[in-house]
Design a protein around this ligand. Sequence first.
Ligand SMILES: Cc1cc2nc3c(=O)[nH]c(=O)nc-3n(C[C@H](O)[C@H](O)[C@H](O)COP(=O)(O)O)c2cc1C
Length: 192
Amino acid sequence: MPAPNPAASEFLQTRRSRPAKTLQPPVPDADALRPLLVAAARTPDHGKLEPWRFIVIEKTAMARLSQVAADRGTALGLDAEQISKGRSQFDQGHLAVAVIEVQKPSPKIPALEQTYSAGAVCLALLNAALAAGWGANWLSGWPSHDRGFMEQALGLSPAERIAGFIHIGTETAIPPERPRPDPDAITSWVSL
Ligand SMILES: Cc1cc2nc3c(=O)[nH]c(=O)nc-3n(C[C@H](O)[C@H](O)[C@H](O)COP(=O)(O)O)c2cc1C
């Protein structure tokens, strides 16, 4: 049996994100970010395919990403409000890690399992950041699903896509608690 870790259990039962728009500098530097990426890369991965990688988006790159989102929104025929919403995380962001799902050809491991693993990396990075005392938030938005944005903003290849943007910074406000599901209402037990 592994030794109990009450602090980790308590963290996992009470953890909560901090809205990205409330995050401010300072943000983690490369030394502070590295252990968070180590934790995130320690994620279950069937067949050890490592179907993910990280792109760290610094403040200095945010304006360019916002402009690519604006250009893509116009090309897609989105209205001004949708374009503004798609740009907002880059207009307001100070540091974000794009978790990139990298599909690896495999006769054994289904593509969907690689997608699940990439999602798990997002949560692991979010939790690692929160556990280290940073505010953090997992965002998507329409640009994260737009192939043109992926290629123009981040240079992704056809086998790659954005699993999530994990914004990390210093919290300025603690959000009101979000209602959480009652585990009894979503759990059934099979005993026969
Ligand atoms: C895949 C994914 C994408 C998300 N994208 C957004 C988003 O674009 N904007 C947003 O406000 N919340 C988004 N969320 C929700 C927040 O990340 C998060 O679930 C919410 O703030 C509560 O988080 P907590 O349970 O850690 O407190 C997304 C969540 C997931 C899992």
